[in-house]
Design a protein around this ligand. Structure first.
Ligand code: BGC
Length: 780
């Protein structure tokens, strides 16, 4: 149950959002949820992970590959496309369990019959370069069907073109599209092969369905479109089936010639056949789900939304490369320049840490590989150490421009300070690496570059900080916190708390590295010896100002003088809006001079350091900041859900959880700013939905030693079941209101302690089932 997302009508105004909703992918590439007859106008895209290009002086963005699945069907000379003919019936669906996309469309034929076209496809999780698809046609009357299928190289680009020297050739029945990217001249090759099993029924006089196949490249209409034409007689009541295979390679991953790799892969895929490929793909998905599926008993709607959120994370997780991370819009296109933000560490990493530490490692290694870019950015601004890119691509240099938003009133680019002032990004990276070590115990990442990253980030903060001689404290001035509507503020509570943690981690990492890898430590420490290093970090840590709760109101001021800003309700602020796309932040932004914030800021900090603050403090700040939060970012609502669960009021959090978990199902998020498409999938929200369910409502918290389980389940939820991997050992948690069952896999190498409902920790040994029941006062 609850493994299928579907809809049963065709609505042209949902083409774009369905492209996101019905995404398939495998971390190497993403294939938007388009129909087979769609072209670039419908935002068809095969987005490749980790390969970027810049065309002219436009924004650098990821590269989209040609679409080898492009297909248009006609019947008795009439094109059967939802774009041209209103279908009699139409279903589009996604099976989350197996990651297979399906469509079934019924068209009326000229002769008054009904022709049913089905197509299913998947992006192989087993062979990451391969896409496979299967079509069927069935008609209630005899008719003649024509299929035009092949390669559509008219790719959708926001800031393209990126594929130069495009060429499509026909090579012994296969189509091969080759091109090079403009900037790095990386080859991109896509090969396609179609198999028409239709011709199997051969009679003495030829095929019994009068088949005519014209292979080869038809370039007379469009040089970027290579189609083979096939026509045949369809007999009423019979079903005709055919398959296609596509292989994608680039200069980043193919040793030797990507074109040859694509051709040989597509041929071997066709040799394995659709059913064989599907079975291998299905097995991989089964294995992925066994490590990550989260079962909510008692709430079907939440179950589907959560599973869907997890699905979205699984289709973009980088399994094959530690040089690739997850962009803010996943692999759903080129929006936000395909850039990696803090979203990865703070919103997606927790899911991978609990379910797939290998992917978590890849994500953190990506930051290690991009350290030089972060060093260049720090140096560019006159600082020491590593200032990570706000928008990071392949090199780690910042893709964020100084003018990232257009003013809708003047049309002029607006100066924004995302790039210059969101200094918390480096601390977010440090936090991520430390969480990785905490969950896996794998401190080899420190020796593999992690310690260098951590110390370079700490050095950056030391060089950025201001020592206030009168107050005798270090302060962080002129920063932007998570709430982007208030730029260039002083002592943002979130930023200061994260920097404090980064400095602590810098010191602890030194001890850990010295204990475990003394030779690496000695060498590195020598290179840092000129300072600032451990002595300076210690001194700054001891004197760093971190805003604390006011003793009376219990409120933490988001930044210096925040409480002096105009008090206005969100409704009142909205009534001041002149243009629906106007930006609320920046110099003249509506929110800038008020207490209205874009997204969770103080509450996010309270949630990250939940052990440091009392329930009363958390509740007071939740109640103060929530009504003042616009939730203008999809990173916001999940944090209020998490914090509400932590406070012990899950029903306050439930609507925020649902809003987060359904963002890509409903498509209810901003799609355009002016004429700029900003839609796409929302992986941070997907990760946030998982966090709210598991870390929030199920109350799972691991400190590197003990797992505490303090559930606060929403009204309808009976239990949450979730698998977790801690320090390489696997456990299944079944968390109910009154009882928790922890089952350890027999093959586990480590025992882990679990403490449920505020009780004492109990060790769960390999193969053991631990039952923890709620402790009632009257039991005494
Ligand atoms: C949010 C940022 C986020 C970015 C990418 C912005 O709207 O304010 O916090 O990192 O989107 O998701």
């Amino acid at each position: 149950m609850n493994w299928t997302v579907s809809e049963h009508s065709f609505e042209s105004d949902r083409i774009t959002t369905n492209g996101n909703k019905y995404m398939t992918g495998n971390g190497y590439m993403g294939f938007r949820g388009v129909l087979e007859e769609y072209g670039k106008e419908q935002l068809t895209a095969v987005t490749l992970a980790g390969i970027y290009d810049r065309s002219g002086d436009k924004w650098r963005e990821p590269v989209n590959a040609p679409n080898g699945l492009y297909t248009v069907i006609s019947c008795d000379g009439e094109v059967l496309s939802v774009l041209e003919t209103e279908p009699l019936a139409h279903t589009q669906s996604l099976d989350l369990r197996t990651a297979v996309h399906r469509r079934e469309t019924v068209f009326s034929t000229r002769e008054g019959g009904r022709l049913t076209l089905t197509a299913e496809r998947f992006v192989s999780m087993d062979q990451l370069h391969v896409l496979a698809a299967k079509w069927t046609v069935h008609s209630t009357v005899d008719c003649r069907v024509e299929i035009k299928t092949g390669m559509d190289s008219r790719v959708w680009d926001i800031n393209g073109p990126h594929l130069l020297e495009q060429r499509i050739q026909s090579v012994s029945g296969a189509l091969l599209s080759t091109a090079v990217t403009g900037e790095l001249r990386l080859p991109v090759a896509v090969a396609e092969l179609a198999e028409f099993g239709l011709a199997e029924r051969v009679t003495d006089t030829g095929t019994d369905n009068n088949m005519d196949i014209r292979m080869g490249v038809n370039t007379d209409t469009d040089p970027e479109l290579a189609l083979r034409h096939l026509s045949f007689d369809v007999k009423a009541g019979e079903t005709y089936e055919w398959t296609k295979y596509v292989a994608v390679f680039t200069g980043l991953d193919a040793e030797g010639n990507p074109g040859e790799a694509a051709l040989s892969t597509v041929r071997s895929a066709a040799g394995e056949g659709y059913a064989g490929l599907l079975e291998a793909h299905r097995r991989k998905w089964e294995e992925r789900w066994s490590r990550s599926d989260c079962v909510i008993e008692g709430d079907e709607e939440a179950q589907l939304a959560l599973r869907y959120s997890i699905y979205q994370l699984l289709i973009i997780a980088p399994t094959m490369s530690e040089k690739v991370s997850i962009p803010a819009r996943g692999l759903s296109g080129q929006v936000y320049k395909g850039a990696v933000f803090w979203d990865t560490e703070m919103f997606m990493l927790p899911f991978f840490l609990h379910s797939d530490p290998g992917i978590a490692r890849n994500l953190m290694m990506y930051r290690i590989h991009t350290l030089d870019g972060a060093r260049r950015k720090a140096a560019e601004y006159g600082y020491t150490g590593a200032f990570y890119a706000w928008e990071s691509q392949d090199s780690g240099d910042d893709a964020c421009t100084l003018f990232n938003v257009n003013d809708v009133f003047t049309g002029r680019p607006m100066r924004t300070y995302f790039r210059d002032k969101q200094i918390h990004i480096s601390a977010d990276v440090v936090h991520g690496i430390w969480e990785y070590i905490k969950f896996t115990g794998d401190n080899s990442i420190l020796a593999d570059g992690g310690a260098e990253v951590i110390w370079e980030c700490a050095r950056f903060y030391y060089s950025y900080a201001y020592y206030n001689p009168l107050k005798k404290r270090y302060e962080l001035l002129d920063v932007t916190g998570p709430d982007e509507y208030h730029e260039r503020v002083n002592n943002n509570a979130f930023t200061n708390a994260l920097v404090q943690e980064a400095l602590e981690i810098a010191l602890r990492a030194a001890e850990l590295l010295e204990d475990n890898y003394p030779a690496v430590y000695a060498e590195l420490a020598e290179s840092f010896a000129g300072g600032p290093f451990l002595a300076e970090f210690t001194e700054m840590l001891e004197q760093l100002y971190v805003p604390q709760p006011d003793p009376d109101s219990l409120l933490i001021e988001q930044f210096d003088r925040y409480f002096k800003l105009e008090e206005v309700t969100l409704a009142e602020l909205k009534s001041r809006v002149i243009h629906s796309h106007e930006y609320w932040g920046g110099g003249n932004g509506l929110a800038t001079t008020t207490r209205i914030l874009k997204q969770a800021d103080v509450v996010l900090m309270l949630n990250l350091f939940k052990g440091k603050f009392s329930r009363e403090v958390k509740q007071a700040n939740w109640e103060f900041y929530e009504p003042r939060t616009e939730h203008g970012s999809s990173l916001s609502a999940c944090i209020y859900a998490l914090a509400a669960a932590d406070i012990g009021i899950p029903d306050w959090g439930y609507p925020y959880f649902m809003r987060t978990a359904t963002v890509d199902l409903t498509g209810e998020s901003k799609q355009y700013v002016g004429d700029l498409y900003i839609g796409g999938t929302h992986p941070a929200a997907n990760g946030g939905a998982w966090m709210a369910a598991v870390l929030g409502f199920a109350g799972v918290q691991y400190d590197g030693g003990t797992v505490t389980l303090n559930p606060a389940l929403p009204k309808a939820w009976k239990s949450v079941q979730v698998p977790v991997v801690l320090r390489g050992s696997s456990f299944r948690l079944e968390i109910g209101r009154e009882a928790i069952v922890v089952t350890a896999a027999p093959g586990n190498s480590e025992a882990v302690a679990f403490a449920g409902f505020g009780g004492a920790p109990e060790l769960c040994l390999p193969g053991m089932e631990l039952r923890i029941v709620v402790f009632w006062e009257e039991d005494l």
